[in-house]
Write a protein that binds this ligand. Structure first.
Ligand SMILES: [Zn+2]
Length: 277
C-alpha cells in the first residue's frame, strides 16, 4: 500500500508533467473507485490550468484556479505519465489529458483493487482544509509544526500503545505501519508502551526518527522517478532496507536478538525486545 513517501515521490514525479499545463480532456472508464467520480468532471476541468500540485497526508492534490482534484491511491493505485494514444490497460480507470509546451501528455491512474479515489473540491464550497477527508488530519511530519513536544503534549491523556497512536493519524499523518515500526525501533521505544507514559525527551527522539526515516524513504524513492514517464514503468513503490519491519524471527541488525512480531489493532508490529524499551 502506498504510504506518505510513495505519494510524495509520485507527486514529485508527475508534477513537472502537469503543473502549468492546460487540461485538454478527462477520461473516466467507470463510475468511480472507492467513491463515485465527481459529476461533470470533464466540464469542470477542460480548458483549465493546473496551477500546482500538493500533498496532504496520503492525498495527492492537483490545484486549479477554481478548486482542487483530490487523488488517493488506495491500496494498489498508481499514476503514470504517458504519451497520448496509448491504449488503456485493464484497471486504467482515469486519465487527465494535458497540453503544454512539450505537447500533449496523459496522467493515467491504474487501480486494480479500486480503493483509491478521485474527488473534486470546488473553491466555492469553502476552504480545502475543511474538506471532510482532510479536516481531521494531524500535522505533516516533514513540516515545521511537527515536533517531539507536539507528540508529548497530544498524548498526555492517551493510554493506547504508542504505535497505535501514531497510526491513528490525528496527531501526525503519514506514519503508516511500516514507518511506525521503523521509527519506534530507531528511537528505542517499545511499541506497546502507553503513549502517555513516554517522556518528552523520548518523544523528541521519536519525532527525529520519523522525520529521518520518511525523508530517507523519499530520497530512495526518487531513484524510481523515471518510471513515472515510461510506458512500462513500475508503480514507483519501493522497498527500503528495514531494521525490523517484515523481519520476524530474523536477527536484529543491531543486537542480533530475533525480531518479534505481534498484532496491534489487526496490524502487525515488528520490534526488538533488547533495543526497544
Ligand atoms: Zn536489537
Amino acid at each position: 500500500m502506498p504510504e506518505l513517501p510513495e505519494v510524495e515521490v509520485t507527486r514529485r514525479g508527475v508534477a513537472p508533467h502537469i503543473e502549468g499545463r492546460t487540461v485538454h480532456d478527462v477520461v473516466l472508464r467507470r463510475d468511480g473507485l472507492r467513491w463515485p467520480f465527481p459529476a461533470q468532471l470533464r466540464q469542470r476541468l477542460a480548458g483549465r490550468l493546473v496551477v500546482r500540485t500538493g500533498r496532504r497526508g496520503k492525498y495527492l492534490l492537483v490545484h486549479f484556479e477554481h478548486g482542487t482534484l483530490i487523488i488517493h491511491l488506495g491500496m494498489s493505485g498508481h499514476l503514470r505519465v504517458l504519451a497520448p494514444g496509448i491504449e488503456p490497460e485493464k484497471h486504467d480507470h482515469f486519465d487527465l489529458v494535458v497540453d503544454g509546451p512539450q505537447g500533449r501528455q496523459v496522467l493515467r491512474m491504474k487501480d486494480p483493487r479500486r480503493f483509491g479515489a478521485v474527488l473534486w473540491h470546488d473553491d466555492a464550497d469553502g476552504l480545502l482544509e475543511h474538506h471532510v477527508l482532510l479536516r481531521e488530519l494531524g500535522v505533516e511530519p516533514l513540516e515545521t509544526g511537527f515536533s517531539g513536544k507536539l507528540l508529548y503534549d497530544q498524548t498526555r491523556q492517551r493510554s493506547a500503545p504508542v504505535k497505535q497512536v501514531l497510526l491513528a493519524g490525528d496527531i501526525v499523518v503519514g506514519v503508516g505501519n511500516i514507518y511506525a515500526s521503523e521509527s519506534l525501533f530507531r528511537a528505542g521505544i517499545n511499541p506497546k508502551t502507553p503513549a502517555k507514559r513516554i517522556s518528552l525527551a523520548r518523544y523528541e527522539k521519536l519525532a527525529q526518527a520519523i522525520r529521518e526515516i520518511l525523508a530517507e524513504a523519499i530520497i530512495q524513492g526518487g531513484s524510481t522517478l523515471r518510471d513515472f514517464i515510461s510506458v512500462n514503468g513500475q508503480s514507483g513503490y519501493f522497498q527500503q532496507t528495514y531494521f525490523v519491519y517484515d523481519r520476524a524471527g530474523v536477527p536484529c541488525r543491531v543486537c542480533a536478538a530475533p525480531v518479534r512480531q505481534i498484532k496491534q489493532g489487526q496490524r502487525s508490529t515488528f520490534y526488538c525486545v533488547n533495543c526497544q524499551k
